[in-house]
Design a protein around this ligand. Structure first.
Ligand SMILES: [Zn+2]
Length: 381
């Protein structure tokens, strides 16, 4: 049992106060300012690929390059290409090779096209792009799995409205960056940044606001979506598959992630010695005074321990000592070896504890051998 791999997805757009991306005139409506363009440039420089819909390629003709020399040089110094890979999606195949998407910069250009459009596009675009068959209708999980296989770990989605609607509707956005301009468009013919749902984030399941930043007259709102928790918890579960096998202890994976959705450290059970726990292994790789820790989240495949047989300091206490205020885990520890109250201890200390029990079967699967032939299995009680 495993999950389809995908990159971490950041969706970004600038809108009017009434939620429009543009007006209906031929000229492009400016919603951003210089300070925000510089911010977006930094976000781009921190991603492996940038995705826009074919409508955006046709209508806005964006270059999708990192503008700053310093940021491009920093990418090269880090062993990355100067610019992120460019990605677009098309059903109709209506894309011209003279668009800036294809002509600007040396980065690879990937076009995910519906099967019926592939042959025509390959002929039309020639060497300008790699055209990939994305199925009879372009399937986003398939596109994301293909991007992950090409080494894309962080993807920036820059619109337009149909693309944002599809990604948000499919719960494939980990972080949303919305910039709001201080005026109204009030034109029903104009495109909105997002269409009609259903969406997973309704009033009963709101997004988590992680930042509000004023940039001159515009405001940046940054939201973490529940997909981000599922993404990182899935990564932690994958990490647990690396644990040396034990007949007497769980295989667990843990990852510490900062508020920008960037990994700080990861670890797994028995990584450095036969008794080390996953959370402990990850925490051992971070300086205790790291300023990112108070706003970081630790993801652990198993509930952090509150009592342990092997060492005096349980992981719940180590997490509190590190100053981490948010914990996400999948599986509540069965009382197989010790009586665990980790979630209770953390919640009691004011930590935000989130349990995603629907991912628990994956964790149980990794630990199935611990239960084989045992009477009174913990989940049978
Ligand atoms: Zn532990």
């Amino acid at each position: 049992m495993s999950r389809l791999p995908r990159p971490y997805v950041v969706a970004s757009c600038a809108v009017s106060l009434d939620g429009f991306l543009d007006d209906s005139s031929a000229a492009r409506l400016v919603l951003s300012n210089e300070a925000d363009l510089d911010r977006v440039d930094e976000v781009r420089a921190g991603c492996d690929a940038i995705l826009v819909g074919a409508e955006t390629v046709r209508r806005d003709n964006p270059r999708l390059l990192v503008r700053s020399d310093v940021r491009r040089q920093a990418r090269v110094a880090a062993g990355l290409p100067e610019n992120p890979v460019k990605v677009t999606l098309t059903t109709s195949g209506d894309l011209d090779p003279d668009r800036a998407f294809f002509t600007a910069g040396d980065a690879p250009k990937l076009v995910y096209a519906a099967s019926g459009a592939v042959a025509g596009l390959r002929e039309r675009l020639g060497e300008a792009a790699t055209v990939i068959d994305a199925g009879s209708v372009v399937d986003l999980p398939t596109v994301l799995a293909d991007l992950a296989a090409r080494g894309v770990r962080r993807l920036l989605v820059e619109g337009g409205g149909r693309v944002h609607t599809a990604f948000l509707g499919a719960d494939l956005v980990d972080e949303l960056q919305l910039v709001v301009a201080p005026f109204l468009v009030g034109d029903e013919q104009a495109p909105r940044w997002v269409g009609t749902g259903p969406f997973p984030h309704d009033p009963g399941r709101p997004m988590r606001l992680v930042e509000v930043r004023q940039l001159g007259e515009v405001v940046l709102l940054r939201y973490a979506l529940t997909a981000a928790d599922r993404f990182w918890l899935g990564e932690a579960i994958e990490e647990s598959r690396r644990c040396p096998r034990s007949e007497t202890a769980y295989a667990v994976g843990a990852i510490i992630v900062d508020r920008d959705g960037r990994e700080i450290a990861r670890g797994y059970s028995r990584e450095s010695d036969p008794r080390v726990h996953a959370e402990e292994a990850a925490l051992a790789k971070v300086d205790l005074g790291d300023p990112r820790l108070p706003t970081a989240t630790i993801y652990s495949s198993l509930e952090p321990c509150s009592v342990r047989a092997s060492r005096p300091r349980p992981c719940a206490e180590l997490i509190l000592d590190a100053g981490i205020r948010r914990v996400v885990f999948a599986w509540r520890e069965p009382d197989l070896f010790v009586d665990c109250r980790g979630a209770e201890v953390l919640t009691g200390a004011g930590v935000d504890v989130v349990e995603l029990p629907d991912l628990a079967p994956l964790v149980r699967d990794v630990n199935a051998h611990l239960f084989a032939g045992r009477r009174g299995r913990p989940d049978d009680r």
